[in-house]
Design a protein. Sequence first.
Length: 132
Amino acid sequence: QLVSDYLQPFLTKIESNKKHTIYFLHKPSKIILPIEINNILDKTTEDTYIRTLKALNAEIISIHLYLYLDDIYYVYLKIKANDEFYDINSSITNAMYILENIPSTEVFVEKAILQTEGIKITRELLEKSLLF
């Protein structure tokens, strides 16, 4: 059984030429989850998601990261349309684009992903980072 938890809205985004990294915070466990995304985006595809949802009078309720396997995040979007809920698979790139354009979207992640891919923030880690 999968167990998911809410992530705080993304803390920051660090961009480079080929990719950017978005950092999320899971406050209760003090874990930061970095998600790297290629900068090569098909903006038309991402915009199509948003335009289609508007045309159907639907809304994205949440983004759910449910699996991380072979360096790929598997994601679904929880969508509400006509008082019905749907889970639609999405790429992580499309999901993060949607999040950046609809920042009120909640993000959930499986605890197993937090434990394997997250960075636990401890006093010792902060001291080492600040002192180099």
